[in-house]
Each structure stands twice: as structure tokens, then as C-alpha cells.
Design a protein around this ligand. Structure first.
Ligand SMILES: Nc1ncnc2c1ncn2[C@@H]1O[C@H](COP(=O)(O)OP(=O)(O)OP(=O)(O)O)[C@@H](O)[C@H]1O
Ligand SMILES: [Mg+2]
Length: 370
């Protein structure tokens, strides 16, 4: 899929900007603080409806303006005019000028894979960062996963409320509590299996890519569920969850929270059996995340029979020229890629000649042919 045109108003440091994008490589360049990341962010939001770096709309809207608008023409089987209108309190999404009330229907239209500095938190950050990542990726691959996670979160919240009431000796309907727990287990089985399948796939695709970029063998990802299981067999997950809840109800009541389930899982990124988080260099950690992103593209293409739109924010910094080229060699010709950089000179001339170059200065575009 391709994003053909972009039209943004009152977004971040942009007043009004209209841009036509190349079907393959686009390079956004300019000095620090000019709006390169902001531009990528607008494309990300057009696909996801949320920002990858801000939880509220406040910062997304240009200072002293009321409403930001992001529009884009997406081309896949047919073309769609996508639009997001953001005010400080409200978000409205449209496809072909029609307001879409079910966010699912909107989000599944456009698929974006982004690499940004925030992604390094995947290795360095808390388990929550890693769960967020896996949830986001699986959501893009399967709308059923998206529904399952939403349902799971609602059930979890309810179950936690019941635990809280139990801890305060407020009488509750225990039958309902057990039914709720059963529902939670049912939703969890699907989530566990999907996460496991995704990690298995990543472990096929990712190690050779990491080896090609970083020159190191043995890269692997490990899924560590919060329950004690050997396989991801439905019955085994069910039994392990039931046991965990039965054996630790008192502890859960005491702590007023559900201690076992997909919301407590973690993942590790390793070389052989060493966790990159603890022993990997800065560069190795970065290359691991890049390899992961490149693997996602492969898996996505396989699954959806179309390429997602690739956004690479400042991917080149900290990489030596050899690694940069290794990385660029992975970027396929029939995919739309949008890269930001402060340093155009560091990019291979052959690649530059194929790319659309977009020079950004203070929230404005100076298009330039090389
Ligand atoms: N809501 C907003 N209203 C106005 N300006 C904003 C808003 N949010 C961010 N900015 C401005 O946008 C600029 C940063 O843009 P951006 O992060 O895209 O820079 P960049 O070109 O990616 O820089 P770098 O090379 O350092 O990554 C800052 O000058 C910031 O003040
Ligand atoms: Mg930036």
C-alpha cells in the first residue's frame, strides 16, 4: 500500500502543508527541530489514529490553534481518502468524507510500521513497553486480536474491582466473580496463542536479518508468560491459569489486583542465552530493534499480501557506513519507505538518485531534485 498525498493543517509546527509522496523511497531531511519527526508522526497518526510518542492531542495541535487536520490518499486495492480531525477533547476519523464511528473499521485500512528512538525502550524499558509493542503488532495483523485485548482489558478491570471489594469485605456475588474469571481465562488463551505464534514467526525471520546487519549469530526472542506452561496448548493454558487463580486468590485480594495473565507477560531479546538488555551494546540493541522491524515487514507481507508503509525516523544515527548499507540493502524496491535524516551526505548516492528528497525547514517544505 502507498500513501500518495498528505495534507496537514495546524499539526505540531506545521500551518498547512501539502505533499505528494514517491511510491518507493522518500527521504525527509533538514536540521534538528525543523519538523521531520512531526511529519512522520502525522503519517503514523493517519494510520493508527494515535501518536507513537504522545498520549494526548494537546501537543499534536499547533500552539494556539483549536483543531488539527491530517488527510491522506491511501492506495491499495482501491484508493481511500483518509482524514483525522483532532481537537483537544475529540478525535474524529473519516473515510471518503464519511465519519467512521467504529475505530476498528478505520484502523485496519492503513498499515504502518515505524522505527523511532522510542522503540529502543523495547529492549531497555519495562515489560509493559514490550507488551505494548506485541499488542500493537498483533492488532495490525489480526482484528480478532484487537477485540480480544479490548475484551480482556475490560474483564481485567472488572475482576480487579471485585478483588478490591473482597479486600474491603464488601459483599460480592462470588458466582459472578468466578464466571468473570472464566471469561478472562478464555480470552487469555487466544492472546497467549497469538503471541506465541508471532514470536515463533519472528524467530524464523529475525535472526538472519540481525546477522546480516550486525554480523552476529544467535539472535533470538523468548516469550515468558506469567503462568507456568510448557506448551501453548489450549487445555494447558486453561489449567495453568485456573491453578494460578485458585492458589493465589488470597494474595490477589491482599494486593487488590490480578497477578496472572497476559497483562503480566514479558519477552526477552537475546544473543544465544544472554539478554541484550543486560549485556548488549547500544549499537547491538539498536540493530536488534531494526532487525525486528524489518522482520515485521516480512511477516506482514506474508500475512496481508500487501506491504505496509515503512517509516524510519533517524535510523542511521549511531550506525557505521557498513551497517547503514547493510540496512538499506534490506529495503525492498516495491515498498514505500519514508526516512528522516539530518545528514543527506551519509546516504548512498545510488539510493539518493531513486529517492524523492524532501527538505524541511521550520515546518515548511523546500522540494529539491538532486
Ligand atoms: N504543538 C506544537 N505547536 C508548535 N510547535 C510544535 C508543537 N509540537 C512540537 N513543535 C515544534 O516542533 C519542533 C520539533 O519538530 P521535530 O521533532 O519534528 O524535529 P526534527 O526535525 O525531527 O528534529 P531532530 O532532527 O532533532 O529529530 C520543535 O521546534 C517543537 O517546538
Ligand atoms: Mg526527529
Amino acid at each position: 500500500m502507498i500513501i500518495k498525498t498528505l495534507d496537514i493543517k495546524n499539526f505540531r509546527n506545521y500551518d498547512h502543508l501539502k505533499l505528494e509522496l514517491n511510491d518507493n523511497l522518500n527521504i525527509i531531511y533538514g536540521k534538528n527541530g525543523q519538523g521531520k519527526t512531526n511529519l512522520l508522526e502525522s503519517i503514523y497518526i493517519l494510520g493508527f489514529t494515535n501518536s507513537h510518542r504522545s498520549f494526548t492531542s494537546d501537543n499534536l495541535i499547533k500552539s494556539e490553534k483549536e483543531k488539527a487536520i491530517i488527510k491522506g490518499k491511501l492506495i491499495k486495492d482501491i484508493s481511500y481518502n483518509l482524514e483525522i480531525d483532532l481537537t483537544k477533547t475529540k478525535k474524529q476519523v473519516k473515510i471518503d468524507d464519511k465519519i467512521i464511528t467504529k475505530l476498528n473499521d478505520y484502523i485496519e485500512k492503513m498499515n504502518v510500521i515505524i522505527f523511532s528512538s522510542e522503540d529502543l525502550d523495547l529492549i531497555k524499558g519495562s515489560p509493559n513497553e514490550r507488551r505494548k509493542y506485541f499488542n500493537l503488532e498483533l492488532t495490525q495483523l489480526s482484528i480478532n486480536y484487537y477485540s480480544a485485548i479490548n475484551d480482556f482489558n475490560k474483564l481485567l478491570k472488572l475482576r480487579n474491582e471485585y478483588l478490591k471489594n473482597l479486600s474491603m469485605n464488601i459483599p460480592i456475588d462470588l458466582n459472578y466473580f468466578h464466571i468473570l474469571t472464566d471469561y478472562l481465562i478464555n480470552k487469555s488463551i487466544f492472546i497467549y496463542q497469538m503471541r506465541n505464534k508471532f514470536v515463533e514467526k519472528l524467530n524464523k525471520v529475525c535472526p538472519p536479518i540481525f546477522e546480516q546487519i550486525a554480523g552476529i549469530k544467535g539472535f533470538n526472542i523468548k516469550y515468558n508468560p506469567s503462568i507456568n506452561i510448557e506448551t501453548f496448548d489450549k487445555e494447558e493454558i486453561k489449567k495453568a491459569m485456573e491453578e494460578a487463580y485458585n492458589n493465589h486468590l488470597e494474595k490477589e485480594i491482599h494486593l487488590k489486583t490480578t497477578l496472572y495473565g497476559p497483562h503480566r507477560d514479558d519477552f526477552t531479546f537475546n544473543i544465544d542465552s544472554s539478554n541484550l538488555r543486560e549485556f548488549g551494546s547500544q549499537g547491538q540493541q539498536k540493530m536488534a530493534v531494526i532487525a525486528l522491524k524489518l522482520s515485521e515487514i516480512e511477516i506482514f507481507k506474508d500475512f496481508k499480501k500487501t506491504s505496509p508503509i515503512i517509516l524510519l525516523d533517524d535510523v542511521f544515527s549511531d550506525l557505521d557506513n557498513q551497517k547503514k548499507n547493510n540496512l538499506l540493502n534490506h529495503i525492498d524496491n516495491d515498498m514505500q519507505v519514508i526516512i528522516t535524516t539530518t545528514d543527506l551526505d551519509s546516504i548512498d548516492k545510488k539510493l539518493l538518485s531513486k529517492a524523492k528528497l524532501i527538505h524541511i525547514e521550520n515546518g515548511q517544505i523546500l522540494e529539491k531534485e538532486v
